[in-house]
Design a protein around this ligand. Sequence first.
Ligand SMILES: Nc1ncnc2c1ncn2[C@@H]1O[C@H](COP(=O)(O)OP(=O)(O)OP(=O)(O)O)[C@@H](O)[C@H]1O
Ligand SMILES: O=P(O)(O)OC[C@H]1O[C@H](OP(=O)(O)OP(=O)(O)O)[C@H](O)[C@@H]1O
Length: 206
Amino acid sequence: MEYLSVALSKGRLAEITFDRFQKMGVTFVEYSPKSRKLIFMNEKYNIKVVLVKSGDVTTYVEQGACDIGIVGKDNLLEKKADIYEIMDLGFGKCKFVVAALKKRIPVEHRTIRVATKYPNVAQDYFYKKGEGVEIIYLSGSVELAPIMGLSDVIVDIVETGTTLRENGLQVIEDICPISARLIANRVSFKAKSSRIQKLMKGLQTK
Ligand SMILES: Nc1ncnc2c1ncn2[C@@H]1O[C@H](COP(=O)(O)OP(=O)(O)OP(=O)(O)O)[C@@H](O)[C@H]1O
Ligand SMILES: O=P(O)(O)OC[C@H]1O[C@H](OP(=O)(O)OP(=O)(O)O)[C@H](O)[C@@H]1O
């Protein structure tokens, strides 16, 4: 039997996903949260899990290097990849927001500057509102941008709100909810449909 390959977002989603696998009886003995290993094999069910950067999951799946993937909805909205989104996994819950400094200086006579790790999501959101904005791409610690005068607002993920609060920012608009999703390569979804369906059933178990 050919193996089923899974691209899994490293970081926050990985541990929960391995835990789900464990609960459905699919164990990856070499996995531990502290391990630096990137490939894990379950010989019994012939499932190979590879740990990739969150922004690269859609690339592996779209190109067919992996059959399926587990990734945040944030990355799906940003990448717009040609894949099937087949299941909401119900974990990794957070939301996209627009946030700004509590003591925000009003912007007059110029375009609002938006700092974000998600330029397409931010651009789409303001475009749909009919607002022209200047997008400033950052790769992390986005909350710093308004504090340092780099931007007027940010578009970012909020879960507990701690990062915003501890840096003097507040949510000014909710954009949309986010959670982890199971995605599939279009060809694999047909060619390996029964195995993928079985996995989906197992992953539903809490
Ligand atoms: N604070 C959060 N709470 C809950 N889920 C989150 C939070 N931040 C991100 N996520 C979700 O978890 C996924 C992985 O986030 P993680 O922080 O591990 O990596 P990343 O920040 O997207 O990428 P990287 O840090 O590798 O650039 C995100 O794509 C998102 O769906
Ligand atoms: O509402 P909270 O529970 O505080 O979580 C939100 C924070 O988590 C994410 O950052 P991450 O830790 O991934 O770091 P990053 O800024 O480097 O992306 C996100 O970008 C926020 O900064």
